[in-house]
Design a protein around this ligand. Structure first.
Ligand SMILES: Cc1cc2nc3c(=O)[nH]c(=O)nc-3n(C[C@H](O)[C@H](O)[C@H](O)COP(=O)(O)OP(=O)(O)OC[C@H]3O[C@@H](n4cnc5c(N)ncnc54)[C@H](O)[C@@H]3O)c2cc1C
Length: 422
């Protein structure tokens, strides 16, 4: 064992975060920047170098204002805007079954935009730039976790080749298939949507008008998320059995099918980039916390991405956990205690469940398999468009997430102290 590895096992870490994705890196930063000793374990190194000529990546997130605030408050927003991002100013949703549509615009809400489309890689690189600059965060790459013990007020992780590490709080931010969730014997409620999402960037004949266009079809929704004048990220939802078909199409046939799926809303697709497809499964951890352990982001929940909420919910988890831990520390309490962590769980689990269930209700409603549903569906968009309270609620969800936002998600907090390496 070298001296650096010795340091990792000799230290009792304030917090150990497993998973340096968008959510885990945010937790590490929010706590590390306030002086807590954080160990971040991540399987894959993240490339923080940048070139404007980098091809557009397949994975893109639509970020809400609340997420923008969280990322600003941990110092990562500048790293995003200096790389690549796009502000969208309108959303337009329509349904094959009715001639009605629903349209939200930033102007109606007195806002500069409704959110941003950003490549996941850009968000992660901007966060990692800050992680590397923070002198209280120690990074270990490619660890192999052998076991977890939660006892005597500590979480103890056994790492292959390194020995045991100890911490007051272990945060599982290791994604949908979370090893930490499994090692902690936390059960999972799951639902298979029997759908897949095909994603990638395309160029279209007509300009995107900085709008996210979403069409409901019999197969499932189709969306163009504006990423530039003629550039969009697509989210094309298909029955699971069509996944291989969509991936195997030639570029020319893919362009033709995507144009059709969008009902030629932006004319034809003239160029396609790399594409990928993901089976869609809702997962919800039965508990988010145990003594000395908390789950955040996809490790705690995954939802249907049609409303683009996954990482937005994860960043709210991160902000809520940061606030809960810092408040406990300030009050002189052990932040790994179950009673402290329950506050975080109560804050976030119900909220995430509501969003999951509303996505499921949409999915159910738009699977056209009964006359009653068809009648209701035909009336839904016209009603939502005309009833101002419903429309305002839908717009607020798009922009901000929800009520009772954690402080980090509400505004740009000036003078956030950041422990930086010199
Ligand atoms: C098709 C699709 C479209 C989507 N669109 C949107 C959108 O528009 N807006 C939105 O908000 N969300 C969207 N989402 C959801 C969003 O991508 C996820 O919610 C988000 O990536 C979750 O981030 P995370 O950091 O929790 O997990 P992850 O991104 O999965 O990160 C987990 C990290 O943990 C690391 N890791 C895993 N295991 C270990 C281990 N044992 N040890 C160390 N490290 C480990 C991994 O390498 C990874 O870096 C979409 C999802 C899909 C499938």
């Amino acid at each position: 064992m070298n001296t650096m590895e010795q340091h990792v096992t000799d230290t009792v870490w304030d917090v150990v975060v497993v998973g340096g994705g968008m959510v885990g890196a945010t937790v590490a930063l929010g706590l590390g920047q306030q002086g807590m000793k954080v160990l971040l374990l991540e399987r894959q190194a993240v490339d923080t170098t940048w070139s404007d000529h980098k091809p557009y990546q397949v994975r893109v997130s639509a970020l809400t204002r609340a997420s923008e605030n969280v990322l600003r408050n941990v110092g990562a927003w500048e790293g995003i805007t200096s790389r690549r991002y796009h502000a969208f100013t309108a959303m337009h949703v329509w349904d094959d079954l009715s001639s009605e549509k629903i349209h939200f615009s930033a102007q109606e809400m007195g806002e500069p935009n409704l959110g941003y489309t950003v490549e996941n890689e850009v968000i992660q690189a901007a966060l990692w730039e800050q992680v590397k600059a923070c002198d209280t965060i120690h990074l270990v790459l490619n660890p192999t976790i052998k076991s977890l013990r939660l006892e005597e007020g500590k979480a103890r992780l056994e790492l292959e080749g390194m020995g045991e590490i100890q911490t007051e709080l272990l945060v599982g931010a290791d994604g949908a298939l979370s090893q930490i969730r499994q090692l902690a014997y936390i059960g999972l409620d799951t639902h298979d949507y029997e759908q897949c999402a095909v994603v990638g960037c395309v160029k279209t004949e007509l300009p995107t008008e900085d709008t996210c266009w979403q069409r409901y079809t019999q197969d499932g929704p189709f969306a163009y998320l504006s990423m530039g004048e003629h550039l969009s990220s697509i989210a094309w939802y298909l029955p699971a059995e069509k996944m291989q078909w969509a991936l195997n199409l030639s570029d020319q046939n893919f362009a033709r099918e995507v144009s059709k799926a969008s009902d030629y809303r932006l004319g034809t697709v003239v160029e396609v980039g790399e594409r990928a497809a993901f089976p869609l499964i809702r997962r919800h951890a039965e508990h988010y916390v145990k003594s000395n352990l908390a789950l955040v982001g996809d490790a705690a929940h995954t939802i249907h991405p049609q409303a683009g909420q996954g990482v937005n919910l994860g960043l709210l988890d991160a902000a809520a956990l940061i606030e809960t831990v810092l408040a406990a520390k300030l009050a002189g309490k052990r932040w790994g205690r179950y009673s402290v962590l329950r506050k975080y769980e109560r804050w976030r689990r119900g909220d995430n469940a509501i969003v999951q269930r509303s996505m499921e209700a949409f999915d159910w409603l738009f699977k056209q398999d009964s006359n009653l549903k068809t009648t209701f569906r035909k009336g839904f968009l016209p009603l939502a468009n005309r009833l101002i309270p419903i429309k305002n609620w839908l717009m607020a969800q798009t922009l901000n997430g929800r009520e009772a936002l954690p402080k980090l998600a509400t505004s740009n907090i000036p003078n956030v102290k950041r422990n930086r390496k010199h």
